[in-house]
Design a binder for this molecule. Structure first.
Ligand code: DAH
Length: 338
């Protein structure tokens, strides 16, 4: 004749086995193992037993409790497994996946990288300056006095606090010279802003690569040689380059750069791509004033500077007819440069 505890155990195991869900299982657990469950209550009953019976029944009680607890846990695990495989069954692994589109660099960015790479090979280091600037860096230090038309509010985006969005990257020339004595050989790549109406060839935000080289005995011949090399690297060995006199407040003489190449519009046309010139002594003096020394003594040092229109270069090189395409984020356009 089995002990009543063993009967309870067998009864509990049968119910656990036949429980159909987690809730039924929990009810069974409470019924047998809960605080006043029928197995648990044997703890109380033990007290009434004869002394020699206690260890035997105590051991049995432990075994029964362990067996029932283990059965409940394993049944619970079964329920979990069933749920998970039920969810998995709804997934059709034969369906095609969702492909991730691989991004690519923006054509303007690609243009900057090509330009920067060429200048790096020529020994230029990369310099930086902020887009939000002061009048000092954008105009005063660049020999552009307050009555100069470039400072007109119609051309420049002014912030309420008097700062402005730089109208060219020439600001970085001043920042570079303020922070290091000559000789200096840097380029800066970034955005510039002017209050232009947006049309096929104008944009209120455009992009430039600025260059500055200051050393002893730098001449227009150096400037010409380096820009010629740059254009040939970019547009092919047949490229021709032409300098035409111009005016910029911060260079003297000042020149505009034109290129002609088979790669560009069939080689028929001269196309303007940059402004450049020999750094004006007044720019060196302004830098000296800010530095508080005479590091850029115009008697000793000379330099050239240039500013390349990168949107223009990219439009010519990639045959892009409209500058607005750069900022419209049309994937059909961008994918052509992936
Ligand atoms: N900053 C001029 C512009 O945006 C371009 C330029 C001309 C840059 C002559 C220069 C320079 O460094 O020497 O129109």
């Amino acid at each position: 004749m089995p002990h009543p505890l063993e009967q309870l155990r067998d009864e509990a195991l049968r119910q656990i086995e036949s429980a159909t869900d987690e809730q039924a299982l929990e009810t069974t657990r409470v019924k047998y193992l809960g605080r006043s469950g029928s197995i648990s209550s044997w703890g109380e009953k033990m007290k009434a037993l004869a002394k020699e019976e206690k260890p035997v029944v105590g051991k049995l009680l432990n075994e029964v409790r362990n067996a029932v607890t283990a059965a409940i846990e394993s049944r619970n695990a079964q329920f979990h497994l069933q749920k998970e495989s039920g969810a998995l069954a709804k997934i059709d692994i034969s369906l095609p996946g969702t492909p991730h589109e691989i991004g690519s660099l923006h054509p303007l960015h690609q243009m900057h990288e090509r330009g920067i790479q060429i200048f790096r090979r020529m020994g230029f280091a990369l310099a930086e300056g902020p887009d939000v600037e002061t009048e000092w860096y954008c105009f005063d230090a660049l020999n552009t006095p307050p009555d100069h038309p470039a400072r007109n509010e119609q051309d420049t985006f002014y912030l309420p606090d008097g700062r402005l969005l730089r109208t060219h990257t020439s600001t970085v020339q001043i920042r570079a010279m303020e922070s290091a004595p000559p000789p200096i050989r840097v380029i800066a790549s970034g955005a510039a802003y002017r209050r232009d109406e947006l049309d096929a060839t104008h944009s209120p935000q455009f992009h430039q690569i600025e260059g500055l080289y200051v050393d002893e005995n730098v001449s227009v011949a150096d400037l010409k040689g380096e820009l010629e090399f740059f254009m040939r690297e970019l547009f092919g060995a047949d490229s021709e380059i032409q300098f035409r006199p111009h005016f910029f407040p911060f260079t003297e003489p000042s020149l505009e750069v034109y290129v002609r190449s088979k790669a560009l519009k069939g080689g028929e046309q001269w196309i303007e791509v940059a402004g450049c010139g020999m750094v004006h002594p007044a720019v060196f003096e302004a830098v000296n004033k800010a530095r508080g020394d005479n590091a850029y003594d115009p008697e000793k040092w000379s330099g050239y500077a240039f500013g390349l229109g990168m949107d223009r270069l990219a439009m010519i090189l990639f045959e892009i007819p409209d500058i607005r395409l750069f900022s419209q984020n049309d994937l059909r356009f961008l994918k052509q440069f992936a």
